[in-house]
Design a protein around this ligand. Structure first.
Ligand SMILES: [Zn+2]
Length: 599
């Protein structure tokens, strides 16, 4: 069994943000392929808002909360999160029987049965017509030749870059062969079109059918100028997935990013190992025909040679690309490459259950968590089962417990519970839901994603990845304050964690989303202890078979967090307000248009 690393964003962070799944994603699917994916890391913006409780923000909650904040140990009554029920769910879902919950495996069947049974018992309605499941067809595309990327100019000496030492190219189009021939080339700076920031790297150029070449990250990071983009903190525009998508929107046939270790935050070896081997994606009805035919990365050294050949100075282009007013530059060369692809499919499922709103049933708040994990690797010593107890049996268990409580209530708006598949393969279950929502996104008020819960006891704080991005923070902050707890921003905003878990797939289509994580400041043992616990998990258990349930886990902190998540969702569901993205966020314009269309 070969092992590939896929779609990296960052290496394992020095400080683990629980369950972000920001690092190495792996999967052992039906065919004996081992793939390791990295999907996302998140970002936080301006944490100022929630830190200041005096301005409270407290949203216009039209109705009282459905239950008082609990105090004392959690009871097994319907109205509060039960620590025993939580433990039972985690133990069950992470047991060996489930085989690491890989999409398309026997473990998926068991997981779906368990989730449906639990939702039904809690009195929830099927979320998809009369079904609790939403089929998610997945596909993988693997380049089977070793494509040579060729650049030609007026001289007779083509520059040829070898695969995968100097370049990696692939196609997200789900077709057995893809080629570009003598495609004109344009340098488009950072490849960013951000109308709300008055920045367009494609200004005045038609790249239809051409090959665009661009830099990684964004001008804010490059300059460390807090007034440019988000300064050091990565914006969505800094991410490779944005850059490839934007190139496609501009009509480019091929999109190439110049690798640069520091702004990318990972070395070339991560790129070359990640984007080779099977690349999973949703099955696309149009086979991805709206995407660029070829996408890829080239090494920094190859880029130097390339621009040299074109009579251009890469260092100068780096300088101009980061300044406002940058104009795209023709590269006096053409690009050619030819790919052969092998395509496979796997069928998986999201699980959806609904508590219909008593007054505004068409308006939806979503609680979500991914049910999947990495599966079983028979080549690994021991049982090879990636039990995924923390990641994400805990989040899934939390989803079931919140559902059980909400199932006994009558929120004004509907609350949808989504257990998503294929997060570990690159947020595919959530991307599928966002593309095929069971309830219109324009009527989806907001949501909250859980990916890994606290297993080391109560904390004073809650980490919020992407704190400061939307007014949903205000609801969470309000509920946290009632429990004498505080919200803290993610400490590694430059790594862009906000863009790397399931909530993001809805966020990027406009829906305001919360992504809270475990805090660190343990109520008795302090922050050092919380950090030690999280670092210990990252070093020894993250995406390893040893992420197993242990009876010594202290779930009282998870219960406290879940109570706050529960009350936050209820507060939104019982209000008449529509929380918005803050000005300057990437998703505000799309949401504003969406809501205007709805009203
Ligand atoms: Zn996860």
């Amino acid at each position: 069994m070969s092992r590939h690393w896929s779609n990296p964003d960052c290496l394992i962070p020095s400080r683990h943000v629980f369950g972000v799944d920001q690092t190495l994603k792996s999967s052992y699917l039906l065919f004996s392929i081992t793939v390791i994916f990295i999907s996302g890391c998140g970002q936080s913006d301006t944490p100022a808002e929630s830190a200041d409780s005096s301005q409270s923000a407290h949203p216009q909650s039209a109705q009282p909360h459905s239950g008082p904040p609990h105090s004392g140990p959690p009871q097994s009554s319907a109205a509060t999160i039960s620590i025993d029920a939580l433990r039972t769910h985690i133990k069950e879902l992470s047991s060996d029987r489930y085989g690491g919950r890989a999409p398309g495996s026997e473990g998926e069947i068991l997981t779906l049965e368990y989730l449906q049974k639990s939702f039904r018992k809690a009195g929830l309605k099927p979320g998809n017509g009369n079904s609790y499941t939403q089929q998610v067809p997945l596909t993988s595309v693997e380049v089977t030749n070793k494509p040579v990327l060729r650049f030609s100019g007026s001289d007779n000496h083509d520059l040829q870059l070898s695969y995968p030492d100097q370049q990696v190219v692939w196609s997200r189009q789900q077709i057995t062969s893809a080629a570009i021939k003598d495609s004109q080339m344009v340098f488009v700076g950072y490849g960013i079109n951000a109308p709300e920031r008055g920045w367009n790297d494609y200004e005045g150029v038609d790249v239809e059918g051409k090959t665009v070449v661009m830099l990684v990250n964004d001008p804010g990071y490059a300059t460390q100028d807090e007034k440019l983009f988000n300064g050091n903190a990565m914006t969505y525009y800094g991410r490779w997935d944005y850059k490839f998508d934007e190139a496609a929107r501009q009509g480019a046939s091929a999109a190439i990013i110049i690798h640069d270790t520091k702004p990318a935050a990972y070395p070339w070896t991560t790129v070359s190992s990640s984007w080779t081997g099977p690349q999973f994606d949703m099955v696309r009805q149009d086979k991805g025909s709206n995407l660029a035919l070829v996408e890829g990365w080239i090494t920094y050294d190859s880029a130097l040679t390339l621009f040299n050949k074109a009579g251009l100075d890469l260092a100068t282009l780096y300088e101009t690309a980061r300044k406002p007013g940058f104009k795209p530059v023709d590269i006096n060369l053409t690009a050619s490459v030819s790919l052969n692809n092998e395509i496979n499919t796997v069928n998986s499922n999201n699980v959806a259950a609904l508590v219909p709103g008593s007054e505004y049933p068409e308006e939806i708040f979503i609680f979500m968590a991914h049910w999947d994990h990495i599966g079983t690797d028979p080549e690994i010593e021991g049982d090879g089962i990636y039990n995924g107890a923390l990641d994400n049996a805990t989040g899934t268990a939390g989803l079931l417990e919140i559902a059980r409580v909400v199932g006994s209530l009558k929120p004004s708006r509907s609350i949808l519970f989504l257990a998503l598949t294929a997060e570990e393969q690159g947020l595919l279950g959530s991307a599928f839901y966002a593309a095929n929502p069971l309830y219109p996104l324009r009527n989806t008020v907001g949501g909250l994603n859980m990916d890994g819960l606290n297993n080391f006891g109560p904390t004073h704080d809650i980490t919020v990845i992407g704190l400061g991005m939307s007014e949903l923070d205000d609801y969470l902050e309000h509920q946290a304050r009632l429990e004498n707890r505080v919200l803290k921003p993610d400490a590694e905003a430059e790594k862009g964690y906000f863009y790397r878990s399931d909530h993001f797939e809805l966020a990027k289509l406009g829906v305001p989303m919360l992504y809270p994580n475990s805090g660190y400041d343990h109520t008795e043992k302090g922050t050092a202890y919380g950090l030690q616990m999280s670092e210990e998990f990252t070093a020894n258990h993250y995406h390893r078979p040893s992420d197993q349930y242990d009876d010594s886990w202290d779930l009282s902190g998870a219960v406290q967090d879940l109570e706050i998540y529960l009350q936050t969702g209820l507060e939104v569901a019982n209000s008449r307000s529509w929380p918005q993205w803050h000005d300057g966020t990437e998703f505000k314009a799309i949401r504003d248009r969406q809501r205007q269309a709805a009203e």
